[in-house]
Design a protein. Structure first.
Length: 80
């Protein structure tokens, strides 16, 4: 393969005597975070309490949104 590449280089006027090939690793595969761990009701209560003390309305909204996805007592029952 090197001979063919050098011949092509010579054909277009490039004076090359050897070829160096550099190899880079593939970028790491994108990882998706584990979303199977539920937020406990206690954690939701703490988030709500923290949200009350915030003056930044956007941050307060985000805290309350996160608290709203907490595991409820119905979702912890088998078949519920």
């Amino acid at each position: 393969m090197q001979t063919q590449i050098l011949a092509a280089a010579h054909a277009i006027g490039v004076r090359a005597g050897y070829l160096t090939v550099k190899v880079a690793p593939l970028p790491p595969a994108e990882t998706v975070p584990d979303r199977t761990k539920p937020l406990s009701p206690a954690a939701a209560d703490h988030l709500k309490a923290a949200a009350i003390s915030l003056t930044d309305t956007e941050l307060q909204r985000l805290f309350l949104e996160l608290a709203s996805i907490a595991e409820t007592s119905d979702s912890r029952k088998p078949g519920g």
